[in-house]
Design a protein around this ligand. Sequence first.
Ligand code: GLC
Length: 440
Amino acid sequence: MTSDLARRAREVLDRNRRGTWTCPSGQFYPHQWLWDSCFVAIGLARSDPQRAAGELRALFRGQWGNGMLPHMIFAEGRRDLGTKRIWQSRKRPAAPREVETSCITQPPLAAVAAWYVAEALPSPDRRAFLTELFPKLLDYHHWLYRERDPRQRGLVTLIHPWECGLDTTPPWMRELRRMRAPWWMRVALRLRLVRLVRFFRTDTKFAPAAERASAADGLRMLVLARHVKRHGFDLARMPREGSVLIEDLAFNALLAVANRSLEEIARELDQDIEPELDRRFRSTKVALEELWDEPTGQYYSRNAVTDELLDIPTVATFLPLWAGTASPPRVTRLVRRLQEPSGFWPRFPVPSVPTDARQFDDDRYWKGPTWVNVNWAISEGLRRAGATDLADELRLRTLDLVDRAGTAEYFSALDGRGFGARDFSWTAALTLDLLEAPAR
Ligand code: GLC
């Protein structure tokens, strides 16, 4: 299986290559996405470090003057029905002039990917690459703390579910349903006119609607995007009422990992992280543990306005393993929870929502299916926590899944069927990494 799987994965990445960067899927996602490119770079690091370095450099074409890395950089000349119109980045003074981007961010894996790629580069290139990226990465982390953690709580607040990467994950969708919808949306929902949204979507042209975000969730996300735009995509200007402001678990766990990578990069370059930023890094590690709920033995995202934990179980609960912040008893509980066959360990683990949860939906996007990027991150976390055997089992099961169903976007946790895009870049890239993994 190994060499054939690697060949198929490489073919997908070659087909999706657009010059210096790689789109997530030729059909579904023709632009450049932030965390997708990070996964592509990580996956290619060991077999083609120069391309991986180029992939990350291309991400910084989109960096804003204030340091933000946008979640999308639009491909030139592609007709794009909806989303470019939402953002209109060129109207924003801090946005870059040369490319059009979205105006929100996505999980901050850039420093993690930069470090993995640097480790694979030959030494003169490695130093040059890190010297070039380090100040830009620092600017991004400064932006995250300055603009998104103004109260200095240690956790970054997200203003839209597209920022969390697990777009339609149930806790976010529940918070979205609580948002007061405009009158026309209430009418549309009541009259089931939401089906109309399908005419404006491109994803449901290529995949059955049942596998994608529901039309109602999709409409609410568009309404929220208009709301954040009205407030300049600026957390400081967003009203507490009527906004959806979440201290997202997955995002903040990955931020803690990325902070650690920045520290590694600084060490490699003999530079210091300034004390104020270093203090913020430490505050994130402490605050992450505030998201733990002792009775259920899981981590949750938190509503940044009400301070409530959003207590719907999701796969994000395992990401703090990678952050390395959990105490040994918490690690033990998480590892045990992960292996429950009726929850997070069905035939094709790890489902995005445990199979015994009311919200589990076998084929719908982030509401049940297994995703390769999350499996990859959990297996990094397990390795860090010392659970190497389980990490390896997850690695092999993930490879088996891709071998059976192909480089799909996501998979049924129950029977392993592939869903969504069939030529999905991060599935292909991380397959390459998983094939080599124990060597790291
Ligand atoms: C979907 C995913 C998001 C990803 C994007 C491009 O929207 O939810 O995480 O970045 O597709 O692949």
